[in-house]
Design a protein around this ligand. Sequence first.
Ligand SMILES: CC(C)(COP(=O)(O)OP(=O)(O)OC[C@H]1O[C@@H](n2cnc3c(N)ncnc32)[C@H](O)[C@@H]1OP(=O)(O)O)[C@@H](O)C(=O)NCCC(=O)NCCSC(=O)CC(=O)O
Length: 463
Amino acid sequence: MAKPNSVKIVEVNKVGPPPASSQNSTAAPNSLPLTFFDLMWLRFPPVQHLFFYEVPMVSNPTFFDSIVPKLNHSLSLTLHHFLPLAGSLTWPETSHKPLVSYVEGLDGVSFTVAESEVDLYNLLLSETDFSKATACHPLIPHLALSPERAAVLSVQVTLFPNLGFCIGLSTHHAVTDGKALTSFIKTWSEICKLGGDDDQLIKPLYDRSVIKDPKGLEEIYVEQWLKVDGPNNRSFLSNIELQVPPDSVRGTFELTRSSIEKLRNLVEIEMAKKQNKKLVHISTFSLACAYAWACLVKAEDISTNVVFLSLPVDCRYRLEPRIPNYWGNCVASKVAIAETRDVFGKEGFVVAVNAIGEAIKSLDNIGLLFDGAEKWVSGMSSLPPFRVYSIAWSPRLEVYGTDFDWGRPRKAYVTSIDRTGAISVKDSRNGDGGVEIGLVLNKHHMDAFASLFAQGIDEDLPA
Ligand SMILES: CC(C)(COP(=O)(O)OP(=O)(O)OC[C@H]1O[C@@H](n2cnc3c(N)ncnc32)[C@H](O)[C@@H]1OP(=O)(O)O)[C@@H](O)C(=O)NCCC(=O)NCCSC(=O)CC(=O)O
């Protein structure tokens, strides 16, 4: 019997933008230097996503003769505006830092077409069972990495006969963050839906001079990376091999709009009781992250005195001047800190909201945005001896709005959290302003988390 995780690879080809001669001058630059924001992620494992689309009764001919060519052609048109994604990262001896460049005829996006041979669709989308974390791996495209060269994007489309298909993406974080990747995916889906290029689409800003670096972080990060397993280590391979823990399972948990409102009321009541005027930031994001974090600390029965939660912060709206359309990496990191025993307490969730709120509130002071940034690369190049929780993705990136012409995704996963251990936070599929939490844990911790998660929102919280 076939193992319930196998797909048949039908073809692998390379997709690039249309030839330069056939295009107008709005193309993205062929080559870009990395900024300090990019350098932070130089050896980070690929960020991987899966988007499942339900297309009942989809046949093999429809998929191979219509859907795949449509996705392939629109990808090519889209890459014209996002050339770095079709390129490669290199670090020539003549350059003091790495760069990403696209060379026509050499580079391109690896595009794999596959067919699922078993019912992976129902296995992975089951609402009642947790799927094995590795079950979805055959749907994720390989991102070619070698010491000398790293691919930036690879794509895989996989057919589930009669059920639908899935689009898998692997990307290199040193070239794109969540906002930049989302702008590419949204543009691709729009072009696919419209059936051609659209000049009205918002064009990315590639100008690197808008990124100021008064602390000299670029120099610091380059020096630090060269020294990790160095001297002069210009490799793209990580010194830390992040593994998917054996026996881990993948879980998705929904906080509906009304659950979030209940949580918000709970926090406000607790704050009023204590006449605590300190808490000034109670957003949907902080409530959702705090709830997941508090449940997780309890489920994992953490024994350290203090717990940390690292939050990604989009700096595009926080730099002066603002750079909303900047394309590349522009995320910083803020860490929320709480005493573990307080998180375990009856008001653990409120403690977690406070900790996250304080971390986010500190961003009002732009001077604190890069506080401690000198140590960000050293933090990335070694594993801490204790659990550091982190958040991946953001509800604001609205993955469930990604419609390539086959409707909203039936399900979207940030699958790479299985290596990083991050908590993924996304918008809710039903578009009600709720939040979807994604986790990969061992089965024992997942069961404990599920129970705590359900208890907390089922309890009679004031609505
Ligand atoms: C620091 C933050 C997380 C804090 O978020 P918060 O929502 O708590 O606070 P905030 O000040 O931004 O927003 C306060 C309120 O205004 C609303 N609001 C503000 N700006 C908005 C916008 N542009 N679009 C829609 N809503 C917006 C919020 O929804 C919220 O309302 P309401 O409470 O009603 O909702 C965020 O500002 C931020 O930078 N988010 C982006 C993170 C990101 O890019 N992540 C991807 C990283 S890359 C990645 O993850 C890849 C990987 O590593 O795997």
